[in-house]
Design a protein around this ligand. Structure first.
Ligand SMILES: *Cc1c(COP(=O)(O)O)cnc(C)c1O
Length: 381
């Protein structure tokens, strides 16, 4: 079975992890700061806090944004549940903005309208969490303009986005946002097994992110109440969590980061082959955006004439492991208690009905890709 996504770990990645195992520190050593520094250099963001998953990263980003009980956070239904759960972890409520059918990212007109209504009712969200779906950047400049008007904290869930760019900047630069969250889960652009990071250009947010990800504990005397008792001293000044990444994971991430541009190049070449070879099929293919370069986390097609379940099963029977992204979050059973129902976000629901994720990863061979393309032709024509 050809999977929809797969990590690519080489001998140099393995050596980097083994080096850590032979050294003094498995965690809280020097490799995590090196990884953070390298992520800053790559994205041009000023600050980075590595964490043990994007889910943890989204949680501390919400905490740093000041999201508390009684607040509301908005995101899109077309994402993994973590994009919404982080608001609930903070005791806030969640609401959604539907997606644009072509970019499959947040619908900016719908966002503008919803903000206008919310402003009239005095129910503006504290934070907006954007998803660069499939690796294609949202129109950050347009969204930033709106969130500035209403003083809303803008958080990018860039779990799909590392290696992609928007205008002249890499996703993660935080040029138009307050914070950007990355994931290093094995199916994402690069992996640290489990892992994530939060990027920001604001030193105040950076301090908060570090605190919330590390027990709310500080060793910075300037933040103390009262005097230090001595060199061993620390103070807990917030309720934080242990969301640290280990040095073993950071070593893998750091080694992978060196290959990120090669991975993205490979993904982008494979995507171009799909664009060309699938053009004759009854499918809606991903759009090409001129102001951004996708990280090509996912290559998603929409069926226009066929039943998705039927096509999915036929492809799996023939060894092509397509997948589906995403079951709209508002339709999950857990989310029904908040009053969401079928029909609330019709574009996300329609996309989900017809979507298929084709195999796309840096080590996908030409032979494998040809098999995917040929099998799609057999099934759809
Ligand atoms: C993968 C993913 C996450 C969660 O990432 P983890 O590192 O596994 O916690 C969050 N949001 C989106 C959009 C994702 O694709």
């Amino acid at each position: 079975m050809i999977p929809y996504g797969k990590h690519l770990v080489d001998e140099d990645d393995i050596d980097a992890v083994v080096d850590v195992l032979r050294n003094q520190f498995l965690t809280q050593g020097t490799v995590v700061p090196q990884f953070e520094q390298a992520l800053c250099e790559y994205t041009k963001a000023k600050h980075c806090v590595a964490v043990n998953s994007a889910t943890s990263g989204l949680h501390v980003a919400c905490l740093a944004a000041g999201v508390v009980a009684g607040d509301s956070v908005w995101t899109v239904p077309n994402s993994f549940v973590a994009s919404a759960n982080c608001a609930l972890y903070c005791g806030a409520s969640i609401d959604f903005v539907d997606i644009d059918p072509d970019t499959r990212n947040i619908d900016i007109d719908a966002l503008e309208q919803k903000l206008l209504n919310a402003a009239n009712l005095n129910r503006l969200p504290k934070a907006l969490i954007l998803v660069h779906f499939s690796g294609l950047s949202c129109d950050m400049q347009a969204i930033h303009r709106l969130t500035q008007v209403y003083s809303i904290v803008l958080i990018e869930d860039a779990a799909h986005g590392l290696g992609g760019s928007y205008q002249q900047s890499k996703i993660g630069s935080c040029v138009y946002s307050d914070m950007t969250v990355l994931s290093f889960h094995p199916v994402k652009s690069i992996t640290s097994a489990e892992g994530g990071a939060v990027l920001t250009n604001q030193s105040q947010l950076h301090e908060k992110l570090k605190l919330f990800a590390k027990h709310g504990v500080t060793k910075d005397a300037s933040q103390y109440q009262g005097e230090s008792h001595g060199p061993w001293y620390y103070q807990q000044i917030e309720l934080g969590y242990n969301y640290r990444l280990s040095d073993m994971q950071a070593a893998l991430g750091l080694s992978q980061l060196k290959k990120l541009d090669v991975f993205i190049q490979k993904r982008s070449e494979l995507a171009k082959v799909y664009d060309k070879e699938l053009a004759d099929l009854p499918l809606k293919l991903p759009i090409v955006q001129t102001q951004s370069q996708s990280a090509w986390h996912l290559y998603m097609v929409e069926l226009t004439q066929h039943q998705r379940l039927d096509v999915y099963q036929q492809l799996h029977n023939k060894g092509v492991g397509v997948n589906v992204h995403y079951i709209p979050i508002h339709l999950q059973p857990f989310y029904q208690q908040f009053g969401f129902k079928q029909g609330d976000f019709p574009v996300s629901e329609h996309f989900y009905q017809n979507a298929l994720t084709l195999p796309l990863f840096p080590s996908l061979t030409a032979t494998e890709q040809t098999k995917v393309i040929d099998t799609l032709h057999q099934v759809l024509l």
